[in-house]
Ligand binder design. Structure first.
Ligand code: URP
Ligand code: ZN
Ligand code: ZN
Ligand code: ZN
Length: 479
């Protein structure tokens, strides 16, 4: 059915204006002042509300085995929570195993999402090794599946960590194939040593998770990844940037003209390392890798979003119950499953702490929670903006709502909220995915399985800067 969304204040990464939006067949058919309602259209009044493009969360881990357990939220609970929070597309990390066909991992991730997701979803593919099989299979998967972003872990020694040679070869392959390489940038070898040393000395509390992963080691790994990217003339996206040291490396790279991009997360913008010292093991709720930092890093991250050194905010949703899951690390901080529940509150936290507190403009907010991810990950302009022909993924947002974030009211299937009690201004009132309400007047009205798989374009079609002429002249593939 057609929908006419009347009188909302439309906000994109570029513009803010009052107009009506006609939605037909899942896409935006018309935008204009005082559009006449077709006879078969439902009229939705958005007076006094912002109409944002649906949030795009470029970093989620749903139904993922990790740390000896599996994340509490799957593609059903996770995407319902995301929708309540104003997110209409996610890109989840598909984990691979060494020696096993990449295709098997992709099939496993499709099986996790199918019949469950209520919003649209794509996958990034983890690369843990590069050998002849991987070199043959990866281009096929990029082509057939539209998985155009590859993830390399520089940390989690003996679990996911890849060596620098693997990172370089992945960057080279990405350069040839038009993919974006994502890194978890921490020095895993040194961290493994520091963890062993801390445990030997009897230091087992959650705070030692942070003390064994100093920001210097995030800056070091970020700089190393940037150097390898320059060597390969490739493109790099640094996930979950937490600190000044890493921001500096990304900003330097961008000043040099390198295709280097960065993401931060709501937790690093709003919480700090002192949370890990909460008594009764509650600090375990705040164990992320990289860890929460000293408060002084927060303003560096906000400034970096504002000045363009960082482009996106991902949730890094990776939820574990406190009871039974985080508790696996009682007596040994290294066994606390890493990650937290953030998919639902990412959008509202960025609006409230960003726009309402004057740290981000409305348009910059849209850019970092939606548009930039669409451009970097091959979804623009189908997703990430409000334009004729784009998917009608829309958030009708009440900027006056006041509420407190809480596990008592959230929709994630996890027994705590990392932002418990934090007051926020603004709330998604209704959320549409391809023209259908998934959230209507703050009620879930969607259908598990209605989310569609996103086959994505190759990197470069919407990157700000074309590839270097010298490399093109050498005959490399132009994505
Ligand atoms: O602590 C985190 N970030 N858990 C999720 C896995 C990852 O490193 O992104
Ligand atoms: Zn990570
Ligand atoms: Zn992650
Ligand atoms: Zn309202």
């Amino acid at each position: 059915m057609k929908k006419l969304i009347k009188n909302g204040t439309i906000v994109t990464a570029a513009d803010t204006y009052v107009a009506d939006i006609l939605v037909d067949n899942g896409v935006i058919a018309q935008i204009g002042a005082d559009l006449a309602a077709p006879a078969d259209a439902e009229v939705v009044d958005a007076t006094g509300h912002y109409v944002f493009p649906g949030g795009i969360d470029p970093h989620t881990h749903l139904d993922m085995p990790f740390g000896g357990t599996v994340t509490a939220d799957d593609f059903e609970s996770g995407t319902i929570a995301a929708a309540f929070g104003g997110t209409t597309s996610i890109i989840d990390f598909c984990l691979t195993s060494k020696g096993a066909p990449l295709r098997d991992a992709v099939a496993a991730w499709h099986a996790k999402a199918k019949g469950k997701a209520v919003i649209d979803y794509g996958f990034h593919l983890m690369v843990g090794e590069v050998n002849d099989d991987v070199l043959r299979e990866l281009p096929q998967i990029i082509d057939e599946e539209g998985i155009t972003s590859l993830k390399v872990f520089m940390a989690y020694k003996n679990v996911f960590q890849a060596d620098d040679g693997t990172l370089l070869r992945t960057l080279q392959l990405a350069r040839r194939e038009g993919a974006l390489v994502m890194v978890h940038a921490e020095n895993g070898d040194v961290i493994a040593y520091l963890i062993d040393k801390a445990l030997e000395e009897g230091n087992t509390d959650p705070i030692y998770h942070a003390l064994t992963r100093p920001s210097l080691l995030e800056g070091e790994a970020t700089g190393r990844a940037v150097n390898l990217t320059e060597l390969a003339d490739s493109q790099l996206y640094v996930v979950h940037v937490t600190c000044a040291e890493a921001v500096e490396k990304i900003a330097d790279a961008r000043r040099k003209g390198l295709r280097v991009y960065g993401e931060t997360c709501p937790q690093y913008l709003t919480l700090d390392v002192s949370y890990l010292e909460k008594p009764d093991f509650e600090g375990a709720k705040y164990v992320w890798s990289p860890p929460l930092r000293e408060k002084s890093h927060q303003s560096v991250l906000w400034d970096a979003l504002w000045n363009g050194s960082l482009q996106t905010v991902g949730s890094d949703q990776c939820s574990f119950d406190f009871k039974g899951q985080k508790e696996l690390g009682r007596g040994d901080f290294s066994k606390i499953p890493n990650g937290g529940p953030t998919i639902e509150d990412r959008f509202s936290l960025l609006y409230s702490e960003g726009v309402a507190k004057g740290r981000l403009s409305l348009n910059k907010f849209v850019d970092v929670v939606s548009t930039s991810s669409a451009k970097l990950f091959g979804l623009f302009p189908q997703k990430g903006t409000i334009a004729v022909g784009s998917d009608a993924d829309l958030v009708i947002f009440d900027p006056r709502a006041q509420r407190a974030l809480s596990a008592a009211t959230h929709h994630m299937r996890v027994d705590y909220n990392a932002f418990e009690g934090m007051g926020v201004t603004g709330e998604p009132a209704s959320v549409l995915v391809r023209g259908e309400f998934v959230i209507r007047d703050k009620q879930f009205v969607g259908t598990p399985g209605s989310g569609e798989y996103l086959r994505r374009k190759r990197f470069g079609q919407h990157a700000a800067k074309p590839k270097r002429p010298s490399a093109e002249a050498a005959g490399s593939v132009q994505p």
